[in-house]
Design a protein around this ligand. Structure first.
Ligand code: PLP
Length: 217
């Protein structure tokens, strides 16, 4: 548990997979965590964080950024089009590009603003009804559609079903990224980030194993 431990485990997993040290970026998922815990991880020198709600991120990151201007925050949760502009202003990357309507909105705003966060397309690898993401069969076409809109698509993202072996999903996502010429793979959470690294993850999203359990009230 804790940042130091997770960084060591990432380094070990990189080495075990024959990957370069530092080739995996650790996104410390700070959603719901008390500000003291987030501040402590910032004080330890960590600068890359993940949030799953625009509103929540807007409530805490502007202040943290005053003290830590080099902090970067990635959106890892669903994005409504009416919050797209705010998200583009708040986040260095968005990991939840999951539908044509959102792609069109982001493209229009990118034209207007002149910049766009790095984007990851979320793939619903488990084809779960309640889960966001494009279906595996639609992914190649959606990547092409986003590229035609000149969106900066950096990679693919997935959240495997809780009751399935994550490695099958990691392998599928890696295969889809490769055939689309995408380098980024956002996959792996507290319980499975080492496996994700073995399958090529470039961004692991780790929350509770760094900060402790989230308590929702
Ligand atoms: C909350 C969340 C995580 C982190 O989950 P932990 O199990 O706490 O590591 C990772 N990815 C997404 C998309 C999340 O919503």
């Amino acid at each position: 548990m804790g940042l130091t431990d997770i960084k060591q485990r990432i380094a070990k997993a990189e080495a075990a997979a024959g990957r370069d040290p530092g080739s995996v970026q650790l996104i410390a998922v700070s959603k719901v965590q008390p500000n003291e815990r987030v501040a402590a991880v910032l004080e330890q020198g960590h600068r890359l964080f993940g949030e799953n709600k625009v509103q929540e991120a807007a409530g805490k990151w502007p202040q943290f950024r005053e003290e830590y201007p080099d902090a970067r925050v990635h959106l890892i949760g669903p994005l409504q089009t009416n919050k797209a502009r705010q998200a583009m202003e708040l986040f260095e990357a968005i990991h939840s590009l999951d539908r044509p309507k959102l792609a069109n909105t982001l493209a229009r705003l990118a034209q207007e603003i002149g910049t766009c966060p790095d984007l990851f397309i979320q793939v619903n690898t488990g084809e779960e009804g309640q889960k966001a993401g494009v279906l595996p069969a639609d992914t190649d076409a959606f990547v092409a559609e986003c590229r035609a809109l000149e969106l900066p698509v950096r990679g693919l993202m997935c959240i495997p079903p809780v009751d399935e072996t994550p490695s099958l999903h990691f392998a599928l996502l890696a295969k889809m990224a490769k055939r689309n010429g995408l380098d980024g793979l956002s996959m792996g959470m507290s319980s499975d980030f080492e496996e994700a690294i073995a399958f090529g993850a470039t961004h692991v999203r780790v929350g509770s194993a760094i900060f402790g359990e989230r308590t929702y009230d």
